[in-house]
Design a protein around this ligand. Structure first.
Ligand SMILES: *Cc1c(COP(=O)(O)O)cnc(C)c1O
Length: 396
């Protein structure tokens, strides 16, 4: 095989990778319409986007808010999770999943993930449930839906809530049902790195009308439908989304279906190609998915077999022209927030260590979603580059 680009050889790919966020005249026009209308909050754009996004996920109700983090916090608070309670979260996730638990005064309990799909392991959840467990927050990691059949059965038996962290899963469906309304409710983020974005923003989906009403009141300073403007009923906050954000999201939503299908088709090319390379392991999509979002494409390295480190492998892959990163470098519980090291708060949690998470933070590689919007030929290029680097990995 040819010489590696990192050793002076010719790069395998020369692709102009797609930029993110995607936007055009439609966003510009929608923004100007809001600007000129003077109606900058709680108008038609927010209402239409809530309906449109809920429909896109086959959910009954959508309540917008200002971030995915807020969506998780608000869900926990409204479901009555608080001081003295425990909430089970995976240890391979963004800080917000556990951070929201801390913000309502509860304790995060870290569960391990399954090696085949990087989502929370229902058997470990069952082991770590205790008398104080009030909720489970499965993360649909990279867009792969956690095993909701087993989690729901478990939650029903123990009488605990399920809040889906669907902040990677806009568009994912499990047996035809969209992520976010499979459990009690689900949280989505529209931060700028996400597959649909307004810079920041969030939404909570649910099929429960009464819960939707309580979620809305919570985001709107405790007001009640039909109540007077200065009449407030519940402990709450202001987490409202503006019309500017909703106008942009409305345009972004029109592209999301097509983009989701494109990423899914490209991921299939990567699945087939990468699975055939000795030293590389792919993540298997559970066949109960009827559609699958990709916030990123994940694959894992068999470092022993490759005889190198992930960092060297990624440098070589990058030199070949492939945009690829390591993702989370440590389990969530190894952050100063939990360990108390390096001046971190050292807040209480339990459940660590999680052996599979300890492995995946060392051997996982991420290709972010915007790159999955490139042509299929670019995916085949990624496969060739990965095969080339794997073939030369012992020399790295
Ligand atoms: C992005 C993200 C969040 C938080 O979303 P923000 O809108 O940035 O607050 C929560 N959970 C996961 C898994 C995420 O990736």
């Amino acid at each position: 095989m040819a010489k590696l680009a990192i050793a002076g050889g010719r790069p395998e790919l020369r692709v102009r990778w797609p930029k993110w966020p995607v936007r055009d005249r439609h966003e510009e026009r929608a923004l100007l319409r809001v600007l000129r209308s003077g109606l900058w909050y709680r108008g038609e754009n927010v209402r239409k986007f809530e309906e449109g996004f809920a429909r896109f996920q086959a959910a009954g109700y959508g309540v917008t808010c200002n971030s995915g983090t807020a969506a998780l916090e608000i869900s926990l608070a409204v479901l009555g999770v608080g001081r003295g309670d425990e909430v089970i979260v995976p240890a391979y996730t963004f800080v917000a999943t556990a951070g929201a638990v801390l913000r309502v005064g509860a304790k995060p309990v870290f569960a391990d993930i399954l090696p085949e799909n990087l989502c929370i392991d229902p058997a470990d959840v069952a082991r770590k449930m205790g008398p104080r467990t009030r909720a489970i927050i499965p993360v649909h990691f990279a867009g792969h839906i956690a095993d909701m059949d087993r989690l729901k059965k478990l939650a029903r038996r123990k009488g605990v809530h399920i809040i889906e962290d669907a902040c990677h899963a806009w568009g994912s469906r499990w047996r035809g049902k969209g992520a976010g309304a499979i459990g009690d409710c689900g949280a989505f983020s529209f931060q700028v790195s996400k597959n649909i974005t307004a810079g920041d923003g969030g939404i909570i989906l649910t099929d429960d009308e009464s819960l939707a009403g309580r979620l809305r009141n919570f985001t709107n300073v405790g007001r009640k439908k039909g109540g007077a403007w200065y009449e407030h009923y519940t402990t709450s906050t202001n987490a409202r989304m503006t019309e500017f954000q909703a106008a942009i999201l409305g345009e972004q939503l029109k592209r999301l279906g097509r983009q989701t299908m494109k990423r899914q088709a490209n991921a299939r090319i990567l699945d087939r190609g990468l699975a055939a390379i000795p030293g590389i392991r792919t993540v298997v999509t559970d066949p109960r998915h009827t559609r699958r979002a990709y916030h990123m494409y994940c694959f894992r390295l068999d470092l022993e077999r490759l005889g190198t480190t992930r960092s060297r492998f990624l440098s070589a892959l990058s030199a070949e022209g492939v945009p690829c990163t390591a993702g989370y470098g440590i389990p969530l519980y190894a952050n100063p927030l939990f360990t108390g090291k390096k001046g971190g708060a050292g807040v209480p949690s339990r459940g660590a260590p999680c052996p599979e998470v300890e492995r995946v933070v060392r051997d996982c590689c991420w290709i972010m979603h915007q790159n999955l919007l490139a042509p299929g030929s670019a995916m085949r290029g990624i496969v060739r580059a990965a095969a080339k680097v794997a073939d030369h990995s012992a020399e790295l």
